[in-house]
Design a protein around this ligand. Structure first.
Ligand SMILES: N#Cc1c(-c2ccc3ccn(Cc4ccc(CN5CCOCC5)cc4)c3c2)n[nH]c1N
Length: 239
């Protein structure tokens, strides 16, 4: 899997060299390439933004640098196997199932906007050429797309076959199909007693049936408490 990042702050992606994703890069599972969008400007100030047509607050990212960067990084041929991701406040909420779908992609290009966003013709052009995803991390405001690109990268790469040492653990995670769409149960490890707080006795009983039942009950309780929106979904085991 090749991952490209287009941004006016490409150093954001240096962190990928030290994290788990870095290990995947070392063992050849993923290739990471960060690019400075200003490398595709031609004026002395390396300008990437301009005032919004129709007025309004802030600045909008000009289309020209994006188009020239696309030509050099992706090419000028249409190819639906190339996934181009535009993080945006107006995007579709990014989910675990979206991460799972993207984990089989061979090429993902992250377009990290700043200011008030990117000229919409960039997205329209990308849609005419590749498979485009306009996504949002959630209902809060970030200053640009870089943090979202990092989060999406981690969510996707950890699902790439061969990345996780113990793929079975993926099935038990929150939001994964194996967990019935429920939140993950609370986790404990040694010491059994810590600052007057004890590991639930059932987890030390060695009785696998009771342990499974306790974990399920805890997942249902937590999901009802924190994510009632998940309790009505078809995939959750509770209704
Ligand atoms: N993923 C994700 C994100 C982002 C995100 C992603 C990409 C960019 C690129 C620029 N920004 C800054 C920005 C902030 C606020 C606004 C809203 N304005 C729109 C125009 O009308 C006025 C109000 C726009 C742009 C971004 C933010 N924020 N939150 C997420 N979950």
């Amino acid at each position: 899997m090749r991952l490209d990042y287009l941004s006016i702050f490409p150093a954001y992606f240096d962190v990928l060299d030290i994290s788990l994703v870095g290990k995947a890069a070392i063992n050849g599972l993923v290739e990471i390439h960060a690019h400075d969008l200003r490398d595709w400007t031609h004026d002395r100030h390396r300008t990437v933004d301009d005032t919004p047509c129709g007025g309004g607050a802030g600045m909008v990212m000009k289309p020209d640098p994006w188009g020239e960067a696309f030509d050099e990084i992706i090419g000028t041929e249409s190819d639906p196997s190339v996934h181009v991701i535009f993080p945006a406040p107006s995007g579709t909420p990014f989910t675990q199932s979206a991460a799972a779908e993207l984990s089989s992609a061979q090429r993902i290009v992250f377009c990290c906007g700043r200011y008030e966003g990117i000229d919409h013709r960039v997205i329209d052009y990308a849609r005419s050429m590749w498979t485009v995803h306009e996504v949002s991390l959630g209902d809060y405001v970030l200053n640009g797309g870089e943090v979202a690109a990092l989060a999406i990268t981690e969510a996707v790469v950890r699902l790439v076959p061969g990345f996780m040492g113990n793929p079975e653990s993926l099935a038990e995670e929150s939001f994964s199909a194996g967990q019935d769409g429920l939140l993950e149960y609370p986790l404990f490890t040694r010491p059994v007693s810590w600052r007057g707080l004890d590991v639930p006795e059932v987890l030390m009983s060695g009785h696998h049936g009771r342990i499974a039942s306790w974990r399920r009950d805890e997942s249902v309780r937590l999901t009802r408490e924190r994510r009632p929106d998940l309790t009505d979904s078809d995939s959750s085991g509770i209704h």
